[in-house]
Design a protein around this ligand. Structure first.
Ligand SMILES: Cc1cc2nc3c(=O)[nH]c(=O)nc-3n(C[C@H](O)[C@H](O)[C@H](O)COP(=O)(O)O)c2cc1C
Length: 161
């Protein structure tokens, strides 16, 4: 064991990683998608998920306005959607439209439930905390959806989604 710099240490623990998509409601109308890696379960009862969203992301603006999100665990078939949602901003393009993603309205706030996902959790934000250049939004899970036969997408050792 030896002391090292931050990027070397991060590089060693980074992969493999799960990725998720977060669907939010835009301030005016419509929905946005973002790919995230920084999320975790934070409570058993009530069940909760926390997501960490950069202050500069359009998704951050959406979550400040509309306090609901769907946390989507993508299947391997959703690789292209994750690449698009993680490399473009909803300020410039409509990611729901350009990805042609299939969905139906959720039960909580009609936020899209992506049909091809392994699992989707409909959440309502109950608290948030600033964490440096990100905000951690903590959402209580209200409804869950699942496709047990689908295989989950993993961000692998080659660093590719
Ligand atoms: C694999 C991967 C993981 C990412 N993880 C996060 C994350 O945890 N939090 C975050 O704010 N951005 C994350 N990003 C960056 C956003 O997905 C990206 O900046 C996106 O274009 C923001 O979209 P928006 O402006 O429409 O919200 C990640 C991107 C990739 C490709």
């Amino acid at each position: 064991m030896k002391q090292t710099d931050l990027s070397t240490a991060y590089g060693l623990i980074h992969l493999p990683a799960k990725v998720a998509l977060v669907v939010t409601e835009k301030p005016q109308s419509g929905y946005n998608l973002i790919t995230i890696e920084w999320f975790m379960r934070t409570s058993i009862q009530p069940p909760m998920f926390a997501i960490s969203i950069g202050l500069t992301r359009f998704s951050h603006e959406c979550l400040q306005q509309n306090r609901y999100f769907n946390l989507v665990f993508p299947s391997v078939e959703m690789k292209d959607i994750c690449a698009l949602a993680g490399s473009t901003t909803g300020r410039e393009i409509d990611k729901m439209e350009s990805s042609q993603v299939k969905y139906f309205p959720g039960k909580l706030h009609k936020i899209p439930v992506l049909e091809e996902a392994v699992a989707v959790f409909e959440c309502e934000i109950v608290t948030q905390v600033r964490s440096g250049d990100h905000t951690i939004f903590v959402g209580e899970i209200k409804y869950c959806w699942a496709n047990p036969e689908k295989r989950m997408l993993v961000y692998d050792i080659k660093g590719e989604i």
